[in-house]
Ligand binder design. Structure first.
Ligand code: ADP
Ligand code: MG
Length: 433
């Protein structure tokens, strides 16, 4: 892969200050290269740092550490050969389509006549011929994003960075636009030598990319890389594409399940980042999988389609089910365990009982809270004690989030109670004696 590298990141890290004054590391140890001739898709859950990575590559924000290069040259600010398309379209509402597209050229000092000519060419290329005089608000979402793409392409960039460029559009419009871009690319009708798309849509990534990179969360690191050699255009229904989609789903849902299986070292175990899911959603997913047409085993992409839940809701639910031993991910399917089946069939009180048992067996923080309460004469402990413990390994806001999940789960499983007003945890009343 030592062909011409377009843009690259080496050992990049990025930390943001949060509103409460603490800092949060969003990216760590990131190495990345985009070479000539490649379309790469960067996948990751919401908040994993995808946009941040893209903005660093585009020279829009600096990395704290490491290097960012365009064709071997260190960059510190946006480079004209690297263009970006945003999810929000980012058009100026008071400028016409034509003016919006010409903007990038104006900044480069291109004379008006030349600007007009090049804008017209790219508007035609992207299916906007005749819309030059329109204002953005007169256009549909799909057409507006075409303007966003035209504005990126008008400078003839080497590198096109697309940040969830299709996700604000309805499915059909998004797919059409995606296919149009691929066609321009395949037919060499744009001078672009490399494309990086950021997405949380697995299908989109598999349909477009030569290589998929998966970013883990907290902090974002590159976790997996999958190469795709299938020719484009790809058939979404083909077994090869379905298999890849399954594989990527599997990779994106593996974390909690691996942790649960491997057994995390004790010190770090308390601060395991419990998935951000609510119990209703988690049980909802379990019930979906238990019922027809899945009967206990669901192809993840199909499940996502059926439930109509976005992946950023679904994945934490999978994580939680895996963590509690109610389901596991296997070859791109979510598979209920025998206990998961029992859970699905159980009445409310039995569900909570199973939940509580699994919680104590699989979530060290919950087990620790319970043991500490049992050992405590008064049977009550302030949540602050547990927060302090978590803050040894986690940032304050994350510690708070994790404890909140542990409290909600513990209450549901009836392994401890929590008084919102006093912030104290206690053993369940009916057990106390
Ligand atoms: P993604 O695109 O994968 O959803 P982002 O890169 O947008 O993720 O954000 C990653 C994390 O960094 C989020 O928690 C977000 O709140 C935080 N973040 C992003 N930009 C800033 C900023 N300018 N200041 C503080 N926090 C930020
Ligand atoms: Mg983003």
């Amino acid at each position: 892969m030592e062909q011409n590298v377009l843009i690259e990141l080496h050992d990049v890290a990025k930390t943001f200050q949060t509103a409460d004054g603490t800092s949060r590391m969003v990216l760590e140890d990131v190495d990345f290269e985009l070479a000539e001739g490649e379309i790469v898709a960067l996948l990751g859950r919401s908040g994993s740092g995808k946009s941040t990575l893209l903005r660093i590559l585009a020279g829009l924000i600096p990395a704290d550490k490491g290097s960012v290069r365009y064709r071997g040259q260190e960059i510190y600010e946006p480079v004209t050969n690297v263009a970006m398309v945003f999810q929000s379209f980012a058009l100026f509402p008071w400028l016409t389509v034509q003016q919006n597209v010409e903007l990038g050229l104006e900044a480069q000092g291109v004379p008006p006549e030349e600007r007009e000519k090049r804008a017209n060419e790219v508007l035609e290329l992207i299916g906007l011929a005749g819309f030059g005089g329109a204002l953005p608000r007169e256009l549909s979402g799909g057409m507006r994003q075409r303007v966003g793409i035209a504005r990126a392409l008008v400078t003839g960039p080497d590198v096109l960075l697309m940040d969830e460029a299709f996700s604000a559009l309805d499915v059909l419009t998004g797919e059409t636009l995606r296919d149009d871009i691929l066609e321009l690319w395949e037919e060499d009708r744009i001078p672009t030598k490399g494309i990086l798309i950021v997405s949380h849509n697995i299908e989109e990534a598999v349909m477009m990319a030569d290589r998929i990179i998966i970013l883990s969360s907290d902090p974002g690191r590159i976790r997996n890389e999958v190469k795709i050699t299938l020719p484009r255009p790809r058939d979404i229904e083909s077994p090869e594409v379905r298999k890849l989609i399954d594989e990527i789903y599997g990779l994106m849902t593996m974390r909690a399940i691996q942790h649960a299986a491997a057994g995390v070292p004790a010190a770090a175990a308390f601060s395991y980042r419990l998935p951000d899911t609510d119990i209703v959603q988690m049980e909802g997913v379990l019930d979906w999988v238990a019922d027809a047409p899945f009967h206990g085993r669901a192809d993840l992409p199909k499940l996502s389609e059926e439930t109509e839940l976005p992946d950023e809701k679904l994945f934490p639910a999978f994580d939680a089910l895996g963590l509690l031993g109610l389901a596991q991910v296997e070859k791109g399917d979510l598979l209920l365990t025998p206990l998961g089946f029992r859970y699905a069939q159980a009445e409310q009180s039995e569900r909570q009982e199973i939940f509580g048992k699994q919680l104590l067996a699989n979530v060290p923080l919950a087990a620790h809270i319970r043991r500490t309460l049992e050992a405590e004469m008064t049977g009550a402990i302030s949540e602050t004690a547990f927060l302090n413990l978590l803050e040894e390994n986690l940032k304050a806001d994350e510690a708070e989030r994790v404890l909140k999940v542990a409290i909600e789960w513990g209450r549901y499983g009836e392994v401890y109670e929590y008084d919102y007003h006093t912030g104290r945890l206690t053993l369940p009343a009916n057990e106390e004696e």
